[in-house]
Design a protein. Sequence first.
Length: 75
Amino acid sequence: MQTQNPFLDEMAKLTTAAMGLAQFAGEEAKAAFRAQVDRIAAELDLIRREEFDALKAEIAALRAEIEALKAAKAQ
């Protein structure tokens, strides 16, 4: 909606620009935070959940194989 008042038009444009800048600043802050968290996780030698779940499944399979070998040896 446009008004006949040029002052109000300029204020609307400034407000729109400020909102865009605030949104961009928020996205930049999120990206910087994620990068910092990833760096800290790498320094602490942490693993991601997907890697943990994959290793957990592999260990379970190995345990089952060991139990099968023990059972075969016992017979």
